[in-house]
Design a protein around this ligand. Structure first.
Ligand SMILES: C[S@@+](CC[C@H](N)C(=O)[O-])C[C@H]1O[C@@H](n2cnc3c(N)ncnc32)[C@H](O)[C@@H]1O
Length: 579
């Protein structure tokens, strides 16, 4: 384990700080504490580099992870900021001379934020930061050259200004040399091809023409040379390695530097590349699953029974399966920026990733009875869910014995388009057949995840008879709401009210669904024309409140004991109105 202890700053989705804390606790990252900074709540975690790997590949809720470089420092003016930036441990995060020899690096992206401070111009702050980061590298090389000079191994010392000029020129030359080398390679490749050239007015001329025009004329590049040069420049830029983004915050004249650990926000877990309208971000999906306690309940009872009647792209279904199996998130094949930090422990990280992907070492849940069902009125939604199930390699998890599908009844209705996991139909090469014809004479089937296309009510009433009226089941769903639902499905307000009304009526029929039904709906006040709570006519307790693509939503738990509270509130409203 590394001796260096870092301070990590995690960004939860807005409103989900407590849920992220809960998740970190379950990952044994207990030394975490929430903090409120410039209007946004963040969570700080202290730990070695291993903690970062764990959060990066196991936290399903964190949306960004940064490292805070040192304690905040004074920055009451440009000079003070410059001086204090110089004292920071950049050598831990910016490529060292040996790395610079191996690769060429881009200057890191920078961002500046300022609040209640004398330095209020963010562009000026960024300029100082960039200058400081460049100078750090030059000064480091200058020191090395001084040492070499003192040991008699290098040239005589020169003043810093001259050294800096030469350093920058050398860097520029190195870049140009690299581009020229590529151009030469490209030209050689196309040597055999016919050479067309263009003159300065853009007309195509024969190469022999240039030769005969003699000296005194500007050298005209061949078309191939121009093309090769452009391509090389693009390639050169593409090959530059990208290092961590650097953010500077100045709050009340105190500065702090934050170093990014990923190139993009972390809300993608890698299981769901196919999306439809209304899709929930993976971080939000995971938060709802965690708060609905499906996983804890399954680990305790040995049963994971879930139905999402408005499943869309299958977010809740796939993420639940991955969560129970503690499957890693963001299994990046490429590099992450922290892998270029000179302090990064490369070998240990590779070992950590290897273990994470080793099926032998993965969590096995073959003792848990898993029955995950998704349904949606839209056939396109079901097809998207199928593609996502295929992409997330569910069949591999079954083949490796991490989960076990069991024989059980399925909806055997020709009017309902259905697809099951795993697909037990193989072609002559032993490959799973892409399209599986349903055998409607069959009454049961080896399954773990099923998808049906149809209205929730017609699917639900058939599921009820197959599941002893939803015994031990949890419903977790994201009902239609918002402008997208109106646009994409032409839902009028009355349609939505009817869906909510029918849904409420449906779940009230099944006592086992009480306290086991979780609905994500748009938050409106109770009297609103699209209030899910009002039209469903059930009691609901609010479990979570957060923002989904700019809409304020809440996760509600079906709880009839809340009804009296609502009635009392309504009575109170009426009494106030009558006063
Ligand atoms: C908000 S989206 C669900 C998004 C999903 N959680 C995801 O992440 O992809 C609502 C879904 O409800 C479906 N829907 C609308 N009316 C329905 C009905 N009467 N029965 C079943 N599904 C319905 C829509 O086709 C849509 O896919």
């Amino acid at each position: 384990m590394s001796a260096t202890i870092f301070t990590y700053r995690l960004r939860p989705p807005v409103g989900l700080e407590k849920t992220l804390m809960k998740e970190l606790k379950s990952l044994n990252l207990v030394n975490s504490k929430p903090r409120k900074l410039t209007g946004r709540k963040i969570i700080e975690v202290q730990g070695p580099e291993e903690s970062l790997w764990k959060m990066m590949h196991k936290s399903r809720i964190a949306e960004d992870i940064q490292v805070r470089m040192t304690q905040p420092f004074r920055a009451r003016g440009e000079k003070e900021l410059e001086q204090n930036l110089e004292k920071l441990p950049w050598h831990c995060y910016l490529p060292n001379p040996q790395q610079q020899q191996e690769h060429m690096f881009k200057m890191p992206q920078t961002r500046a934020k300022t609040h209640s401070s004398k330095l209020y111009h963010t562009q000026l702050i960024r300029d100082i930061l960039i200058k400081s980061m460049t100078e750090i590298q030059i000064k480091r090389d200058f020191k090395i050259s001084l040492l070499k000079g003192m040991n008699g191994k290098g040239p005589q010392n020169m003043p810093y200004k001259q050294f800096k000029k030469q350093w920058l020129e050398k860097k520029e030359r190195k870049e140009q040399d690299d581009i020229d080398r590529r151009v030469k390679e490209k030209i050689q490749e196309s040597d055999d091809e016919e050479e067309n050239t263009i003159d300065i007015d853009g007309h195509t001329i024969e190469s022999t023409q240039i030769e005969s025009e003699g000296k005194g004329r500007r050298k005209i590049k061949t078309l191939d040379e121009i093309k090769a040069e452009l391509k090389s420049k693009i390639e050169f830029k593409k090959n530059l390695k990208t290092i961590s983004r650097i953010q500077i915050n100045i709050v009340k004249d105190r500065g702090e530097i934050l170093v990014g650990t990923s190139y993009e926000d972390l809300h993608k877990h890698g299981y769901k590349p196919f999306v439809r309208w209304g899709v929930l971000k993976e971080t939000l999906t995971a938060a709802c699953i965690l708060e609905s306690n499906i996983i804890a309940k399954a680990n305790h009872t040995g049963k994971l029974y879930l139905w999402d009647p408005f499943c869309g792209s299958g977010s809740f279904l796939i993420e639940t399966l991955m969560m129970i199996l503690e499957q890693p998130v963001r299994n990046f094949d490429g590099n992450l920026p922290f892998q270029y930090w000179p302090v990064h422990q490369r070998e240990q990280y590779e070992k950590f990733k290897e273990e994470l992907n080793d099926y032998q070492k993965m969590v096995k849940k073959d003792q848990i009875d898993i029955q995950i069902i998704g349904s949606d009125v839209s056939q396109k939604a079901i097809e998207t869910s199928i593609k996502n199930c295929d992409h997330s390699d569910i069949e591999k998890l079954i083949q490796r014995g991490l989960v076990a599908p069991r024989l059980r009844g399925f909806i055997n209705n020709p009017m309902i388009f259905s697809s099951h996991w795993p697909k037990y139909s193989y072609d002559e090469n032993g490959e799973a057949a892409t399209s599986v014809l349903m055998d409607f004479k069959q009454t049961d089937r080896n399954q773990l995840l099923s998808l049906y296309q149809g209205d929730f009510q017609s699917i639900g009433s058939q599921l009820a008879s197959l599941t002893e009226n939803f015994q031990d089941f949890t419903i977790l769903t994201n009902v239609p709401y918002g402008e997208q639902s109106k646009e994409k499905q032409r839902h009028t307000d009355t349609d939505l009210q009817n869906i909510y009304r029918r849904f409420g009526k449906f779940i009230r029929n099944y006592p086992s669904l009480e306290k086991n039904t979780f609905v994500l709906a748009q938050s409106h006040h109770y009297g609103h024309k699209l209030s899910f709570e009002k039209f469903s006519n059930c009691g609901w307790s609010k479990e979570l409140n957060f923002s989904n693509g700019g809409l304020s939503v809440h996760l509600l738990k079906f709880d009839m004991s809340q009804v009296s509270e609502v009635k009392q509130t309504l009575q109170a409203y009426k009494e106030i109105a009558a006063m």
